[in-house]
Design a binder for this molecule. Sequence first.
Ligand code: ADP
Ligand code: MG
Length: 485
Amino acid sequence: MAVGGVREVDGVSGQPGHEEPSLAAQWARVRGRLQSEVGEVEYRTWLRQMSLGGIDGDEVTMRLPTRFLRDWVRSHYGDRLSALWQAENRHVRRVDIRVGEGSPDPDPTPVSAPVPAAVPIPVAIPAEAAGALPGPDRSGEAALDPRFTFDSFVVGKPNEFAYACARRVAEQPNCPGFNPLFLYGGVGLGKTHLMHAVAWELGGHAAPRRARPASVAYMSAERFMYRFIAAIRSQATMEFKEQLRSVDVLMIDDLQFLIGKDATQEEFFHTFNALVDAGKQIVVSADKSPSDLSGLEDRVRTRLGCGMVADLHATTYELRISILEAKAARAGMAVPPKVVEFLAHKITSNVRELEGALNRLIAHANLFGRAITLETTQEVLHDILKAHDRRVTIEEIQKRVAEHWNIRLTDMSSPRRARAVARPRQVAMYLAKQLTSRSLPEIGRKFGNRDHTTVMHAVQRVGDLMARDAGFAEDVELLRRMLES
Ligand code: ADP
Ligand code: MG
């Protein structure tokens, strides 16, 4: 594997195969030197998770748990690491840094669990030793989700502007008018995805295309606060400040968490100003626009809003279809168009839920070796679908149905039995059963305190009629679609 930032240094050529005493002991010395050269804070931030892979001929392999860390260490410490290894062992000519886990680092300080390279879930770092020195957010960086890239982000009307802004910043940080970039939108609409995509592009796997990967600090606002407080406690606020101010790009996710945390907000504000003044890029996300983030200090809000503000809107039916298709294709799973449409209709809240539903379907299909059909979908997603049903109310159904057949709304609960009234009422009951999670007695109560057997009868009757009368079936389907949209 070609080594990005690690250049070969001409070393004394030794005789390969010459026996060296304990490689681990050599690594311990190399590590000790590196640690004293770069300082405690940098060491803990970037190098602590590095472990020894092994030696093969003249090449030593080092391991880091994520691509991001690997690229970072290669480009920032690769040369030094090579030189130190060569000073330690004259046979070594190359140092290869790879993603993976080696033998655990015998660092005496409690180390958070190493992050396996392929695990996508942001790692909750167990409380670092209370006195640990702060550093740029190692955990945040390790937590960049490899799936959250621009390639995997499905663009549609509701998110195209935010996407374009994120791309722009990833291509050219601190471009006029785009600093800070403020992304906002409801939960599960892709804010974190876009932020990670920017971070990957600037500092991660895509970065070797650049002359020098930017140093990117990505962290949640909570993490920022945690780190800040830890720094105060260990009297290391200077290091904390310096480190944050030394990055090229600072990204803070879910800024709303800073509301009400006055000291942290103050610190964020100063860091923010220092970075912007130094021509560094800031990217922030929140659940609301700067002007709606009440509780945030005015000066913070003003500064946040003075770059580019882009919102991620709620998904549309079309976007949900595209997302489902893209994700199914990625998973290599055939999902019938009917199922895709059904899900896009039913699960409208956000992309996270949509994705969760699809993943469950796929897992189920794989597990039982069954093809995905509309029936299995309804079965497997029973609980999710039920939760989403609550959106349509019985009142809405009654209103729509009454309008459709031109009867009075009060007839839905009146005792009148004339066919012109009774039939629409039955349809409304049928739709209430189909579209809501209400029980038969509950539905009966909403229709003038009718008995649950009356509702049951209506549901059967409408079903029968639909099977026999295509025109009637079409009417009912039309109503259903109107109510669902
Ligand atoms: P937020 O941070 O806004 O709450 P996330 O970025 O965590 O939301 O997105 C939730 C999930 O939905 C993630 O798995 C993400 O990959 C996915 N997602 C959101 N928007 C899109 C999109 N446009 N294309 C593909 N996946 C998306
Ligand atoms: Mg998020």
